[in-house]
Write a new protein. Sequence first.
Length: 155
Amino acid sequence: MALTQVINAGIGQVTDIKIGGSGSANTLDDYEEGTFTPTINASGFTSITYARQDGHYTKIGNQVCCYITLQWTGTSAAGQFRLEGLPFASANTPSAKGMFVTYSTASTYLNQGSPLMYIGDSQNFIRAYYNDGSAVNVNANASNDWFEGVVVYNT
């Protein structure tokens, strides 16, 4: 592993870090950590109140990894179940984008096994689909429903 760094005196900033070689393609040119506020799509529920609404991300280059925790109560509006508010829009490319649900108590409307969570091109929200390709629609009220997941996508 080749690691090159240039330190600006007086500022303490490290620039020009190269990993795995000395070419420009090996330069780590973007690293960011932060928080965001994930939400449940308002067309799926009305009168949403959140007991917990946490989003944390790490962005390295063009890859974003987000950790989402939501706990909410709401009245069903029969719309599509969607998670919104990702910190960056996805790339407009055919690369894989998706979400891994680690825990959910929302089994009333996510009731056909684990739904497929998908981010379309140039979007900052996640849609839920069943294995047959049909959209997950909210068909019940939420009462302190809990959702946790990790999503990885390219910008």
